[in-house]
Design a protein around this ligand. Structure first.
Ligand code: 5AD
Ligand code: SF4
Length: 484
């Protein structure tokens, strides 16, 4: 994994730039929508909401950008290279507009929010700019553009969660799905642009989350990932201080929400992302331990192994606190995969501070890590407070060191799994060979095995006989029967 791969959280590179095509179920208006998504899982989940809103207004979707009447691109601002990539795409569409004058191009998501009118007015790259909280307004924005104007809505909301919108599913396999449970972030990590582009944190009504997960299960899906920038701070009908807002409604914490969703069926796997070390409670760990269908997998970004750097990053915990949380996870859930995010070359990071990241990697031995060079983002606390003074080559060499160590650690971890048997949810035919299928185990590790008398959405027991740094290979020893 390197910094040029703009993957974020659990999305792999193959889904970056993914396009949606869906059946259209309302009265057609004859117009075709091409929708492309970049960035994090939350963006992909948002694109499903956007598709749902526009299909409801009569649009049909297309996989061919050349036949589109409207092109929407859902964007990411987390690092500079994510924005550069989208800009190239927008330049490309701008040229197309010269040849196809009626074509409407819109930018959605974090870049829309961050750059607001510049894309529209100064750079004249697009017709529509719509921030993450304004998707209900898209049909009106399109009408404005059809009337000859440019259209922008970048208002951030304190309560929009799109709770009542039934997202249309873009995952073509129909096995796993994202379900968003919170929006926005109140943390203000100093390097991060998200609080500026996605606004204040708010939680979604638990009843609508339950219903969405139940519908997914009834439609054949076998795994949901509950999504939020910081899932541990999910709270319904409670203030951030834990006070009840309305006595007539029950309160719901993240641990309670997971317990609720886990009851839908023992055959529905539950994952969640992302946890924050300062907020991850023992109660959540107990709920994971108590429910077989909540995966033993926690993504717990550390960012740096040095407490002074963590302070500059405004992360709200120290190295020792993080290590205590790791010990607690291993005590309560002995067989839990733990993954992380690491940033190299943050402002003023010294060789000694970087060495602390290397030493904590050796101590924790994460199963997987997303690793990035620090990229300064406009308006963030770090941009205002510190100098982006670690030279690019130093950021790069520290990143290489981190990646090499992570790969070596992962190989040792995976080799220990040879000979063990794991329950795997079958996702489909392997990309590498038609004779093989793949899926994931509880730990979220990809497992590849020969085809047999089973299909996607089945659970199988796989005995591992080989591995690489990222994949386990094995033989199916049992096909699991569905629970009653
Ligand atoms: N530079 C580099 N990496 C960043 N991340 C967030 N902001 C930045 C930035 N400015 C990383 C963090 C976060 C992940 C989603 O992206 O590691 O956990
Ligand atoms: Fe950004 Fe920190 Fe919020 Fe994650 S928790 S989205 S890194 S501000």
């Amino acid at each position: 994994m390197n910094d040029n791969i703009d993957l974020h959280k659990q999305l792999d590179e193959s889904r970056q730039g993914e396009v949606i095509s869906l059946e259209q179920d309302s009265t057609p208006n004859g117009k075709k929508l091409f929708l492309e998504s970049y960035g994090c899982a939350m963006n992909f989940s948002d694109s499903e909401v956007v598709a749902s809103i526009l299909i409801g207004k009569g649009y049909s979707t297309t996989l061919d950008e050349h036949e589109a009447d409207i092109i929407l691109i859902n964007t990411c601002s987390i690092r500079e290279n994510a924005e550069t990539r989208v800009r190239k795409r927008l330049e490309n569409f701008k040229n197309r507009k010269k040849r196809q004058p009626g074509l409407i191009v819109g930018v959605l998501g974090c870049m829309a929010e961050r750059l607001k009118k510049t894309l529209l007015e100064e750079e004249k790259l697009v017709d529509i700019v719509a921030g993450p909280d304004s998707y209900r307004d898209l049909p009106n924005l399109i009408i404005e553009v059809e009337g000859g104007q440019k259209a922008v809505n970048v208002l951030l909301s304190r309560d929009e969660t799109y709770a009542d919108i039934s997202p249309v599913r873009l995952d073509k396999k129909g096995v796993t799905s994202f379900v968003s449970i919170t929006r926005g972030c109140d943390n203000m990590c100093s390097f991060c642009v998200v609080p500026f582009t996605r606004g204040r944190e708010r939680s979604r009504d638990p009843k609508t989350i339950y219903k969405e997960c139940e519908e997914l299960f009834n439609n054949g899906y076998r795994e949901v990932t509950l999504l939020g920038q910081n899932v541990d701070s999910y709270r319904w009908n409670m203030t951030s201080k834990g006070e009840v807002k309305d006595d007539s409604i029950p309160t719901t914490s993240f641990a309670q929400l997971m317990q609720m969703v886990a009851q839908i069926s023992p055959d529905l796997r539950i994952r969640f992302s992302t946890s924050h070390p300062k907020d991850m409670s023992d109660e959540v760990l107990e709920v994971i331990a108590a429910n077989n269908n909540i995966c033993n997998y926690i993504h717990l970004p550390i960012q740096s192994g040095n407490s002074e750097v963590l302070k500059r990053m405004n992360r709200g915990y120290t190295r020792e606190w993080y290590l205590e949380r790791i010990n607690k996870i291993r005590e309560i859930i002995p067989d839990c995969a733990i993954t992380t995010d690491i940033i190299t070359g943050f402002c003023d990071e010294t060789d000694e501070e970087h060495a602390d990241t290397i030493s904590i990697m050796k101590e924790v031995e994460w199963d997987f890590a997303f690793m990035y060079k620090y990229s300064e983002r406009p308006k963030t606390l770090a941009e205002r407070r510190y100098e982006d003074n670690v030279p690019e080559e130093v950021k790069g060499s520290r990143l290489t060191e981190v990646i090499n160590l992570q790969q070596a650690n992962a190989l040792v971890i995976n080799k220990k799994k040879i000979g063990k048997t794991y329950k795997v949810l079958v996702e489909g035919t392997s990309k590498r060979s038609d004779d093989f299928m793949d899926g994931r185990n509880d730990h979220n590790t990809k497992v590849v095995f020969p085809k047999g008398d089973f299909g996607k959405c089945d659970y199988v027991m796989v005995k591992i006989n080989d591995c690489t740094t990222a994949t386990l290979k094995g033989e199916v020893v049992e096909i699991c029967k569905p629970s009653k």
